[in-house]
Design a protein around this ligand. Structure first.
Ligand code: B12
Ligand code: SF4
Length: 464
Protein backbone atom coordinates (compact mmCIF):
# COMPACT_ATOMS: atom_id res chain seq x y z
CA UNK A 1 0.00 0.00 0.00
CA UNK A 2 1.21 3.50 -0.81
CA UNK A 3 0.27 6.95 0.50
CA UNK A 4 1.23 10.17 -1.32
CA UNK A 5 1.60 13.21 0.92
CA UNK A 6 1.22 16.64 -0.65
CA UNK A 7 2.20 20.13 0.48
CA UNK A 8 0.35 22.55 -1.84
CA UNK A 9 1.67 25.91 -3.04
CA UNK A 10 -0.37 29.09 -2.62
CA UNK A 11 -0.72 29.89 -6.29
CA UNK A 12 0.99 31.65 -9.14
CA UNK A 13 2.33 35.05 -10.04
CA UNK A 14 0.64 37.02 -12.80
CA UNK A 15 2.92 35.84 -15.63
CA UNK A 16 4.86 32.89 -14.24
CA UNK A 17 4.76 30.10 -11.73
CA UNK A 18 5.68 30.96 -8.17
CA UNK A 19 8.58 29.02 -6.70
CA UNK A 20 9.00 29.59 -2.96
CA UNK A 21 12.74 30.06 -2.45
CA UNK A 22 12.33 30.42 1.32
CA UNK A 23 10.49 27.14 1.71
CA UNK A 24 10.78 25.12 4.88
CA UNK A 25 10.26 21.44 5.62
CA UNK A 26 6.56 20.48 5.75
CA UNK A 27 6.75 19.10 9.29
CA UNK A 28 3.10 17.98 9.46
CA UNK A 29 3.68 15.61 6.53
CA UNK A 30 6.82 14.23 8.17
CA UNK A 31 4.76 13.64 11.32
CA UNK A 32 1.96 11.92 9.36
CA UNK A 33 4.47 9.67 7.61
CA UNK A 34 6.06 8.97 11.01
CA UNK A 35 2.67 7.87 12.33
CA UNK A 36 2.16 5.55 9.35
CA UNK A 37 2.99 1.84 9.87
CA UNK A 38 6.38 0.96 8.32
CA UNK A 39 4.92 -1.53 5.80
CA UNK A 40 3.11 1.33 4.03
CA UNK A 41 5.15 3.15 1.39
CA UNK A 42 5.18 6.92 1.89
CA UNK A 43 6.13 9.50 -0.75
CA UNK A 44 6.05 13.27 -0.47
CA UNK A 45 5.60 15.91 -3.17
CA UNK A 46 5.97 19.60 -2.50
CA UNK A 47 3.99 21.68 -4.95
CA UNK A 48 6.03 24.76 -3.94
CA UNK A 49 8.87 23.68 -6.24
CA UNK A 50 8.18 20.30 -7.88
CA UNK A 51 5.58 18.92 -10.29
CA UNK A 52 3.12 16.51 -8.78
CA UNK A 53 3.17 13.26 -10.81
CA UNK A 54 -0.60 12.75 -10.74
CA UNK A 55 -0.34 9.59 -12.87
CA UNK A 56 2.01 7.79 -10.48
CA UNK A 57 0.02 4.94 -8.90
CA UNK A 58 -0.95 5.50 -5.26
CA UNK A 59 -3.68 4.34 -2.89
CA UNK A 60 -4.36 7.66 -1.18
CA UNK A 61 -3.48 11.33 -1.61
CA UNK A 62 -3.15 13.03 1.78
CA UNK A 63 -3.08 16.82 1.47
CA UNK A 64 -2.31 19.34 4.20
CA UNK A 65 -4.47 22.45 3.79
CA UNK A 66 -4.08 25.98 5.15
CA UNK A 67 -6.41 28.78 4.25
CA UNK A 68 -3.92 30.30 1.79
CA UNK A 69 -3.45 26.99 0.02
CA UNK A 70 -7.11 25.88 0.06
CA UNK A 71 -7.82 26.80 -3.57
CA UNK A 72 -4.72 25.01 -4.83
CA UNK A 73 -5.44 22.02 -2.55
CA UNK A 74 -8.88 21.61 -4.08
CA UNK A 75 -7.37 21.70 -7.58
CA UNK A 76 -4.88 19.00 -6.61
CA UNK A 77 -7.63 16.94 -4.98
CA UNK A 78 -9.70 17.16 -8.17
CA UNK A 79 -6.77 15.88 -10.28
CA UNK A 80 -6.37 12.81 -8.09
CA UNK A 81 -10.07 12.10 -7.84
CA UNK A 82 -10.39 12.34 -11.63
CA UNK A 83 -7.88 9.48 -11.76
CA UNK A 84 -9.83 7.43 -9.23
CA UNK A 85 -7.42 8.05 -6.32
CA UNK A 86 -9.18 8.82 -3.01
CA UNK A 87 -8.21 12.06 -1.27
CA UNK A 88 -8.06 13.01 2.39
CA UNK A 89 -7.69 16.66 3.43
CA UNK A 90 -6.49 17.70 6.89
CA UNK A 91 -4.93 20.62 8.74
CA UNK A 92 -6.07 24.01 9.97
CA UNK A 93 -8.42 24.92 7.17
CA UNK A 94 -10.43 21.68 6.97
CA UNK A 95 -10.71 21.85 10.76
CA UNK A 96 -12.03 25.40 10.76
CA UNK A 97 -14.12 25.14 7.55
CA UNK A 98 -15.05 21.42 7.43
CA UNK A 99 -18.17 21.64 5.27
CA UNK A 100 -16.30 23.44 2.54
CA UNK A 101 -13.34 21.02 2.59
CA UNK A 102 -15.68 18.01 2.53
CA UNK A 103 -16.97 19.12 -0.90
CA UNK A 104 -13.53 18.47 -2.38
CA UNK A 105 -12.45 15.18 -0.83
CA UNK A 106 -13.44 11.64 -0.03
CA UNK A 107 -12.49 12.19 3.61
CA UNK A 108 -11.59 15.11 5.80
CA UNK A 109 -9.59 14.99 8.99
CA UNK A 110 -10.48 17.42 11.75
CA UNK A 111 -7.88 18.25 14.42
CA UNK A 112 -4.47 16.70 15.04
CA UNK A 113 -3.71 13.41 13.32
CA UNK A 114 -1.98 11.63 16.20
CA UNK A 115 -5.02 9.89 17.69
CA UNK A 116 -6.89 9.13 14.45
CA UNK A 117 -4.45 8.58 11.58
CA UNK A 118 -4.12 4.90 12.46
CA UNK A 119 -7.87 4.47 11.77
CA UNK A 120 -7.52 6.10 8.36
CA UNK A 121 -4.70 3.72 7.41
CA UNK A 122 -6.57 0.65 8.67
CA UNK A 123 -9.79 1.65 6.85
CA UNK A 124 -7.78 2.14 3.67
CA UNK A 125 -6.21 -1.31 4.02
CA UNK A 126 -9.67 -2.83 4.00
CA UNK A 127 -10.53 -0.99 0.78
CA UNK A 128 -11.14 2.61 -0.26
CA UNK A 129 -14.90 2.14 0.16
CA UNK A 130 -14.27 1.80 3.91
CA UNK A 131 -12.81 5.32 4.19
CA UNK A 132 -15.15 7.43 6.31
CA UNK A 133 -16.15 10.93 5.18
CA UNK A 134 -14.95 12.45 8.43
CA UNK A 135 -12.27 11.58 10.98
CA UNK A 136 -11.52 13.51 14.13
CA UNK A 137 -8.48 13.76 16.38
CA UNK A 138 -8.01 15.64 19.62
CA UNK A 139 -6.01 18.85 19.15
CA UNK A 140 -2.72 19.19 21.04
CA UNK A 141 -1.47 15.60 21.23
CA UNK A 142 1.79 16.38 19.48
CA UNK A 143 3.84 13.32 18.42
CA UNK A 144 2.64 11.34 21.41
CA UNK A 145 4.62 8.22 22.26
CA UNK A 146 7.86 9.68 20.92
CA UNK A 147 6.87 9.54 17.24
CA UNK A 148 9.70 10.91 15.12
CA UNK A 149 8.86 12.78 11.91
CA UNK A 150 10.09 11.01 8.74
CA UNK A 151 12.66 13.69 7.89
CA UNK A 152 14.24 11.38 5.31
CA UNK A 153 11.33 12.39 3.03
CA UNK A 154 12.62 15.99 3.05
CA UNK A 155 16.05 15.13 1.59
CA UNK A 156 17.01 16.71 -1.73
CA UNK A 157 14.05 19.09 -1.83
CA UNK A 158 16.07 22.26 -1.26
CA UNK A 159 14.53 23.31 2.05
CA UNK A 160 16.17 26.02 4.14
CA UNK A 161 18.84 24.49 6.41
CA UNK A 162 16.66 24.74 9.53
CA UNK A 163 15.13 21.79 11.37
CA UNK A 164 11.48 22.31 12.27
CA UNK A 165 10.36 20.82 15.57
CA UNK A 166 7.58 21.15 18.14
CA UNK A 167 7.97 21.80 21.84
CA UNK A 168 4.34 22.74 22.38
CA UNK A 169 1.11 23.46 20.53
CA UNK A 170 -1.58 26.08 21.06
CA UNK A 171 -1.75 29.22 23.14
CA UNK A 172 -3.71 30.35 26.17
CA UNK A 173 -4.62 33.82 24.87
CA UNK A 174 -7.92 34.85 23.26
CA UNK A 175 -6.89 37.11 20.33
CA UNK A 176 -10.01 37.53 18.24
CA UNK A 177 -8.40 37.17 14.78
CA UNK A 178 -6.32 34.11 15.58
CA UNK A 179 -6.97 30.67 14.10
CA UNK A 180 -4.76 29.11 16.79
CA UNK A 181 -6.88 30.39 19.63
CA UNK A 182 -9.92 28.80 17.95
CA UNK A 183 -8.30 25.51 16.90
CA UNK A 184 -6.85 24.81 20.35
CA UNK A 185 -9.71 26.44 22.29
CA UNK A 186 -7.27 28.68 24.18
CA UNK A 187 -5.29 25.71 25.50
CA UNK A 188 -1.58 25.09 25.44
CA UNK A 189 -0.06 21.59 25.25
CA UNK A 190 3.56 20.83 26.08
CA UNK A 191 5.38 17.71 24.90
CA UNK A 192 7.32 15.69 27.47
CA UNK A 193 10.75 17.34 27.75
CA UNK A 194 12.61 14.04 27.33
CA UNK A 195 10.92 13.32 23.99
CA UNK A 196 11.88 16.73 22.61
CA UNK A 197 15.47 16.40 23.85
CA UNK A 198 15.73 12.96 22.23
CA UNK A 199 14.42 14.37 18.98
CA UNK A 200 17.05 17.13 19.09
CA UNK A 201 19.75 14.55 19.83
CA UNK A 202 18.67 12.55 16.76
CA UNK A 203 19.43 15.58 14.54
CA UNK A 204 22.77 16.38 12.98
CA UNK A 205 21.70 19.94 12.36
CA UNK A 206 21.83 22.20 15.40
CA UNK A 207 19.74 25.10 14.13
CA UNK A 208 16.13 24.59 15.11
CA UNK A 209 12.87 26.41 14.46
CA UNK A 210 10.41 25.44 17.18
CA UNK A 211 7.19 25.93 15.23
CA UNK A 212 5.16 26.46 18.40
CA UNK A 213 2.28 28.90 18.22
CA UNK A 214 3.45 30.48 21.46
CA UNK A 215 6.60 28.82 22.81
CA UNK A 216 6.27 30.84 26.02
CA UNK A 217 2.55 30.48 26.66
CA UNK A 218 3.47 28.66 29.89
CA UNK A 219 6.53 30.36 31.41
CA UNK A 220 7.29 27.70 33.99
CA UNK A 221 7.12 24.80 31.50
CA UNK A 222 9.33 26.76 29.11
CA UNK A 223 11.90 27.47 31.83
CA UNK A 224 12.11 23.81 32.80
CA UNK A 225 12.71 22.89 29.15
CA UNK A 226 15.23 25.68 28.56
CA UNK A 227 17.35 24.59 31.54
CA UNK A 228 17.71 21.19 29.85
CA UNK A 229 18.43 22.83 26.53
CA UNK A 230 21.39 24.93 27.75
CA UNK A 231 24.01 22.10 27.70
CA UNK A 232 23.01 21.01 24.17
CA UNK A 233 24.48 24.23 22.73
CA UNK A 234 22.05 24.54 19.84
CA UNK A 235 20.82 27.72 18.19
CA UNK A 236 17.11 28.17 17.83
CA UNK A 237 14.24 30.49 16.95
CA UNK A 238 10.52 30.31 17.67
CA UNK A 239 7.32 32.32 18.11
CA UNK A 240 6.23 33.81 21.42
CA UNK A 241 4.20 36.55 23.04
CA UNK A 242 5.72 39.76 24.35
CA UNK A 243 4.74 39.19 27.99
CA UNK A 244 8.03 37.21 28.14
CA UNK A 245 9.78 40.52 28.79
CA UNK A 246 8.24 40.74 32.28
CA UNK A 247 10.12 37.62 33.41
CA UNK A 248 13.86 38.30 33.47
CA UNK A 249 14.78 34.78 34.56
CA UNK A 250 13.01 33.53 31.45
CA UNK A 251 14.85 36.07 29.30
CA UNK A 252 18.19 34.93 30.71
CA UNK A 253 17.36 31.32 29.98
CA UNK A 254 16.33 32.19 26.44
CA UNK A 255 19.73 33.71 25.77
CA UNK A 256 21.71 30.97 27.54
CA UNK A 257 19.88 28.20 25.67
CA UNK A 258 20.81 29.66 22.27
CA UNK A 259 17.66 31.56 21.32
CA UNK A 260 18.41 34.02 18.52
CA UNK A 261 14.94 35.54 18.57
CA UNK A 262 11.22 35.00 18.28
CA UNK A 263 8.39 36.01 16.02
CA UNK A 264 6.44 38.34 18.32
CA UNK A 265 2.98 39.68 17.56
CA UNK A 266 3.09 43.41 18.35
CA UNK A 267 0.07 43.80 16.07
CA UNK A 268 -0.61 47.49 16.73
CA UNK A 269 0.59 50.55 18.64
CA UNK A 270 -2.94 51.52 19.62
CA UNK A 271 -4.23 50.35 23.01
CA UNK A 272 -7.74 50.75 21.57
CA UNK A 273 -6.93 48.25 18.82
CA UNK A 274 -5.21 45.88 21.22
CA UNK A 275 -8.21 45.91 23.53
CA UNK A 276 -10.63 45.37 20.65
CA UNK A 277 -8.67 42.39 19.35
CA UNK A 278 -8.23 41.01 22.91
CA UNK A 279 -4.44 40.91 22.56
CA UNK A 280 -4.02 40.14 26.24
CA UNK A 281 -0.24 39.47 26.37
CA UNK A 282 0.50 42.95 24.98
CA UNK A 283 -1.60 44.63 27.63
CA UNK A 284 -0.39 42.62 30.62
CA UNK A 285 0.51 45.01 33.42
CA UNK A 286 -0.04 47.98 31.12
CA UNK A 287 -2.55 50.66 31.95
CA UNK A 288 -3.69 52.82 29.07
CA UNK A 289 -2.28 55.96 30.72
CA UNK A 290 1.10 54.23 31.15
CA UNK A 291 1.24 53.04 27.54
CA UNK A 292 4.84 53.48 26.39
CA UNK A 293 4.52 52.08 22.87
CA UNK A 294 6.44 48.92 23.83
CA UNK A 295 9.65 50.82 24.61
CA UNK A 296 10.29 48.98 27.87
CA UNK A 297 9.67 45.58 26.27
CA UNK A 298 11.85 46.30 23.24
CA UNK A 299 14.73 47.35 25.52
CA UNK A 300 14.48 44.06 27.43
CA UNK A 301 14.56 42.14 24.14
CA UNK A 302 17.66 44.06 23.05
CA UNK A 303 19.36 43.60 26.39
CA UNK A 304 19.18 39.83 25.83
CA UNK A 305 20.39 40.18 22.21
CA UNK A 306 17.10 38.98 20.76
CA UNK A 307 16.78 39.37 16.99
CA UNK A 308 13.06 39.92 16.90
CA UNK A 309 10.75 39.19 14.00
CA UNK A 310 8.03 41.77 14.69
CA UNK A 311 4.59 40.85 13.36
CA UNK A 312 1.91 43.45 12.78
CA UNK A 313 -1.71 43.19 11.68
CA UNK A 314 -2.98 46.22 9.82
CA UNK A 315 -6.55 47.37 9.27
CA UNK A 316 -8.00 47.31 12.79
CA UNK A 317 -10.84 49.70 13.55
CA UNK A 318 -8.61 52.39 15.08
CA UNK A 319 -6.07 52.30 12.24
CA UNK A 320 -5.72 55.24 9.90
CA UNK A 321 -3.23 55.83 7.08
CA UNK A 322 -1.27 58.00 9.48
CA UNK A 323 -1.21 55.43 12.27
CA UNK A 324 0.04 52.82 9.78
CA UNK A 325 2.91 55.14 8.86
CA UNK A 326 3.69 55.53 12.59
CA UNK A 327 3.66 51.76 12.95
CA UNK A 328 6.19 51.49 10.15
CA UNK A 329 8.40 54.12 11.78
CA UNK A 330 8.22 52.23 15.07
CA UNK A 331 9.48 49.06 13.36
CA UNK A 332 12.24 50.78 11.45
CA UNK A 333 13.51 52.87 14.36
CA UNK A 334 13.64 49.80 16.60
CA UNK A 335 15.71 47.98 13.97
CA UNK A 336 13.90 44.69 14.26
CA UNK A 337 15.60 41.84 12.44
CA UNK A 338 12.54 41.02 10.36
CA UNK A 339 9.00 42.36 10.26
CA UNK A 340 5.74 41.06 8.83
CA UNK A 341 3.25 43.77 7.89
CA UNK A 342 0.16 41.65 7.35
CA UNK A 343 -3.28 42.88 6.44
CA UNK A 344 -5.69 41.73 9.11
CA UNK A 345 -7.38 38.67 7.62
CA UNK A 346 -10.77 37.27 8.63
CA UNK A 347 -10.21 33.53 9.08
CA UNK A 348 -13.37 31.41 9.22
CA UNK A 349 -14.59 30.41 12.67
CA UNK A 350 -12.78 33.25 14.44
CA UNK A 351 -14.64 35.93 16.45
CA UNK A 352 -13.23 38.55 14.06
CA UNK A 353 -14.82 36.77 11.10
CA UNK A 354 -18.18 36.56 12.89
CA UNK A 355 -18.09 40.27 13.84
CA UNK A 356 -17.21 41.49 10.34
CA UNK A 357 -19.85 39.20 8.86
CA UNK A 358 -22.46 40.58 11.23
CA UNK A 359 -21.48 44.13 10.38
CA UNK A 360 -21.72 43.34 6.65
CA UNK A 361 -18.06 44.26 6.08
CA UNK A 362 -16.72 41.08 4.47
CA UNK A 363 -15.65 41.30 0.82
CA UNK A 364 -15.18 38.56 -1.81
CA UNK A 365 -18.47 36.84 -0.88
CA UNK A 366 -17.04 36.22 2.59
CA UNK A 367 -14.68 33.61 1.14
CA UNK A 368 -11.63 35.50 -0.06
CA UNK A 369 -9.50 32.33 -0.03
CA UNK A 370 -11.64 30.80 -2.81
CA UNK A 371 -12.52 33.87 -4.85
CA UNK A 372 -10.91 33.73 -8.33
CA UNK A 373 -10.21 37.50 -8.30
CA UNK A 374 -8.74 37.77 -4.80
CA UNK A 375 -5.00 38.47 -4.63
CA UNK A 376 -2.44 37.76 -1.90
CA UNK A 377 -2.14 40.50 0.74
CA UNK A 378 -5.15 42.45 -0.50
CA UNK A 379 -7.85 43.66 1.87
CA UNK A 380 -10.65 41.18 2.43
CA UNK A 381 -13.02 43.43 4.39
CA UNK A 382 -14.07 47.08 4.55
CA UNK A 383 -11.89 48.88 7.10
CA UNK A 384 -13.34 51.64 9.30
CA UNK A 385 -11.16 54.60 8.38
CA UNK A 386 -10.07 54.01 4.80
CA UNK A 387 -11.11 52.13 1.68
CA UNK A 388 -10.05 48.50 1.11
CA UNK A 389 -7.71 49.65 -1.68
CA UNK A 390 -6.11 52.21 0.61
CA UNK A 391 -5.51 49.50 3.18
CA UNK A 392 -3.92 47.26 0.55
CA UNK A 393 -1.68 50.12 -0.57
CA UNK A 394 -0.72 51.15 2.97
CA UNK A 395 0.30 47.61 3.83
CA UNK A 396 2.28 47.17 0.64
CA UNK A 397 4.03 50.49 1.26
CA UNK A 398 5.25 49.16 4.63
CA UNK A 399 6.50 45.92 3.06
CA UNK A 400 8.16 47.73 0.20
CA UNK A 401 9.96 50.26 2.40
CA UNK A 402 11.03 47.65 4.94
CA UNK A 403 12.67 45.39 2.35
CA UNK A 404 14.58 48.02 0.34
CA UNK A 405 18.36 47.36 0.36
CA UNK A 406 18.98 50.80 1.90
CA UNK A 407 16.61 50.07 4.78
CA UNK A 408 18.12 46.63 5.36
CA UNK A 409 21.53 48.31 5.61
CA UNK A 410 20.22 50.99 7.99
CA UNK A 411 18.47 48.50 10.28
CA UNK A 412 21.61 46.41 10.61
CA UNK A 413 23.40 48.92 12.90
CA UNK A 414 22.44 47.60 16.29
CA UNK A 415 25.37 46.40 18.36
CA UNK A 416 23.10 44.75 20.92
CA UNK A 417 21.41 42.48 18.39
CA UNK A 418 22.49 41.94 14.77
CA UNK A 419 26.06 43.12 15.32
CA UNK A 420 26.55 41.33 18.64
CA UNK A 421 28.15 38.27 16.98
CA UNK A 422 29.26 37.19 13.49
CA UNK A 423 26.65 34.40 13.53
CA UNK A 424 23.83 36.85 14.23
CA UNK A 425 25.08 39.19 11.55
CA UNK A 426 25.16 36.24 9.14
CA UNK A 427 21.52 35.39 9.93
CA UNK A 428 20.56 39.03 9.38
CA UNK A 429 22.39 39.34 6.07
CA UNK A 430 21.33 36.00 4.60
CA UNK A 431 17.65 36.02 5.49
CA UNK A 432 16.71 39.69 5.01
CA UNK A 433 17.28 39.78 1.23
CA UNK A 434 15.65 36.32 0.89
CA UNK A 435 12.47 37.27 2.74
CA UNK A 436 12.41 40.63 0.96
CA UNK A 437 12.51 38.92 -2.42
CA UNK A 438 9.69 36.56 -1.43
CA UNK A 439 7.56 39.50 -0.21
CA UNK A 440 7.87 41.18 -3.64
CA UNK A 441 7.12 37.93 -5.48
CA UNK A 442 4.07 37.10 -3.40
CA UNK A 443 2.38 40.49 -3.43
CA UNK A 444 -0.77 40.32 -5.54
CA UNK A 445 -0.29 36.64 -6.32
CA UNK A 446 -3.28 34.61 -7.50
CA UNK A 447 -4.49 31.67 -5.44
CA UNK A 448 -4.44 28.30 -7.21
CA UNK A 449 -3.18 27.74 -10.75
CA UNK A 450 -6.49 28.15 -12.55
CA UNK A 451 -8.94 31.02 -12.60
CA UNK A 452 -12.21 29.07 -12.53
CA UNK A 453 -14.82 29.29 -9.79
CA UNK A 454 -14.48 26.77 -7.00
CA UNK A 455 -17.37 24.81 -5.49
CA UNK A 456 -18.28 26.47 -2.22
CA UNK A 457 -21.11 27.07 0.17
CA UNK A 458 -21.90 29.95 2.53
CA UNK A 459 -19.44 29.97 5.39
CA UNK A 460 -20.66 28.37 8.60
CA UNK A 461 -18.91 28.11 11.95
CA UNK A 462 -16.84 25.00 12.60
CA UNK A 463 -18.23 22.40 14.95
CA UNK A 464 -14.98 22.33 16.96
C1 B12 B 1 5.77 27.01 10.93
C2 B12 B 1 4.64 27.79 10.30
C3 B12 B 1 4.95 28.56 9.18
C4 B12 B 1 6.32 28.60 8.52
C5 B12 B 1 6.41 27.66 7.30
C6 B12 B 1 6.32 26.23 7.63
C7 B12 B 1 6.56 25.38 6.40
N1 B12 B 1 6.85 24.17 6.59
O1 B12 B 1 6.50 25.82 5.29
C8 B12 B 1 6.34 30.05 8.00
C9 B12 B 1 6.78 30.96 9.13
C10 B12 B 1 7.20 30.35 6.78
C11 B12 B 1 4.83 30.23 7.74
C12 B12 B 1 4.33 31.01 6.76
C13 B12 B 1 2.98 31.27 6.65
N2 B12 B 1 1.98 30.82 7.46
CO1 B12 B 1 2.23 29.52 8.84
N3 B12 B 1 2.34 28.42 10.34
C14 B12 B 1 3.32 27.75 10.85
C15 B12 B 1 2.85 27.04 12.15
C16 B12 B 1 3.20 27.93 13.33
C17 B12 B 1 3.36 25.66 12.40
C18 B12 B 1 3.18 24.67 11.24
C19 B12 B 1 3.71 23.33 11.65
O2 B12 B 1 4.65 22.83 11.08
N4 B12 B 1 3.12 22.76 12.70
C20 B12 B 1 3.50 21.43 13.19
C21 B12 B 1 2.63 20.38 12.53
C22 B12 B 1 3.02 19.01 13.02
O3 B12 B 1 1.31 20.67 12.94
P1 B12 B 1 0.11 21.01 11.94
O4 B12 B 1 0.61 21.65 10.72
O5 B12 B 1 -0.94 21.72 12.68
O6 B12 B 1 -0.42 19.55 11.55
C23 B12 B 1 -1.16 18.73 12.44
C24 B12 B 1 -2.68 18.83 12.25
O7 B12 B 1 -3.09 20.10 11.76
C25 B12 B 1 -3.03 17.71 11.35
N5 B12 B 1 -2.83 17.83 9.90
C26 B12 B 1 -2.19 18.79 9.20
N6 B12 B 1 -2.22 18.50 7.89
C27 B12 B 1 -2.86 17.33 7.74
C28 B12 B 1 -3.15 16.58 6.60
C29 B12 B 1 -3.82 15.37 6.75
C30 B12 B 1 -4.12 14.57 5.53
C31 B12 B 1 -4.21 14.92 8.04
C32 B12 B 1 -4.91 13.62 8.19
C33 B12 B 1 -3.93 15.68 9.18
C34 B12 B 1 -3.26 16.88 9.02
O8 B12 B 1 -2.16 16.69 11.83
C35 B12 B 1 -0.87 17.28 12.06
C36 B12 B 1 -0.18 16.52 13.15
O9 B12 B 1 -0.83 16.69 14.38
C37 B12 B 1 1.31 27.01 11.90
C38 B12 B 1 0.46 26.87 13.14
C39 B12 B 1 0.29 25.42 13.57
N7 B12 B 1 0.09 25.21 14.82
O10 B12 B 1 0.31 24.48 12.82
C40 B12 B 1 1.11 28.33 11.12
C41 B12 B 1 -0.08 28.48 10.18
C42 B12 B 1 -0.33 27.18 9.47
N8 B12 B 1 0.38 29.49 9.21
C43 B12 B 1 -0.54 30.29 8.82
C44 B12 B 1 -0.36 31.34 7.88
C45 B12 B 1 -1.56 32.25 7.65
C46 B12 B 1 0.85 31.53 7.20
C47 B12 B 1 1.13 32.61 6.14
C48 B12 B 1 0.09 32.72 5.06
C49 B12 B 1 1.38 33.95 6.86
C50 B12 B 1 1.44 35.13 5.93
N9 B12 B 1 0.48 36.03 6.05
O11 B12 B 1 2.33 35.23 5.13
C51 B12 B 1 2.51 32.16 5.56
C52 B12 B 1 2.47 31.44 4.23
C53 B12 B 1 2.04 30.00 4.33
C54 B12 B 1 2.23 29.21 3.04
N10 B12 B 1 1.44 28.20 2.84
O12 B12 B 1 3.06 29.49 2.22
C55 B12 B 1 -1.85 30.00 9.53
C56 B12 B 1 -2.90 29.31 8.67
C57 B12 B 1 -4.32 29.76 9.04
C58 B12 B 1 -5.38 28.86 8.52
N11 B12 B 1 -6.59 29.09 9.00
O13 B12 B 1 -5.20 28.01 7.72
C59 B12 B 1 -1.36 29.16 10.76
C60 B12 B 1 -2.37 28.17 11.31
C61 B12 B 1 -0.93 30.18 11.85
C62 B12 B 1 -2.00 31.08 12.42
N12 B12 B 1 -1.64 31.85 13.42
O14 B12 B 1 -3.13 31.16 12.05
N13 B12 B 1 4.11 29.43 8.58
S1 SF4 C 1 -0.88 35.38 21.46
FE1 SF4 C 1 -0.49 34.83 19.29
S2 SF4 C 1 -0.91 32.60 19.12
FE2 SF4 C 1 -1.80 33.34 21.07
S3 SF4 C 1 -3.95 33.76 20.55
FE3 SF4 C 1 -2.80 35.69 20.35
S4 SF4 C 1 -2.19 35.81 18.17
FE4 SF4 C 1 -2.82 33.67 18.61
Amino acid sequence: MKITFIKPNIGRMEHSLYVDEGRMEPLQLGVLAGLTPPDVECVLYDDRMEEIPFDEPTDLAAITVEIYTARRSYEIAAEYRRRGVPVILGGFHPTLAPDEAAMHADSIFIGDAETGWGDVVEDLRRGREYLRPRYEGAPGVAQSGGVLPRRDLFKGKGYLPITLMQFSRGCRFPCDFCAISRYFARSHFVRPTREVLDEIASQERKFIFFVDDNFLSNHEAAKAFLRELVPLRIRWVSQASIDMTHDLELMELLEESGCLGNVIGFESLSPGNLTLMKKAPNLVRKKMDAWDYYQEQVEVLRKFHQQTWAAFTIGHDHDTRESIRDLYQFAESNKFCFAAFNILMPYPSTPLYARLQEEGRLLWDGQWWLHPEYRFNHAAFVPKNMSPDELTEACWECRYRWNRPGTIFKRMWDFKTHLSSPYRLGVYLVYNPLYGKEAYKKQGMRFGLRSHSIKHRPQTQSTL
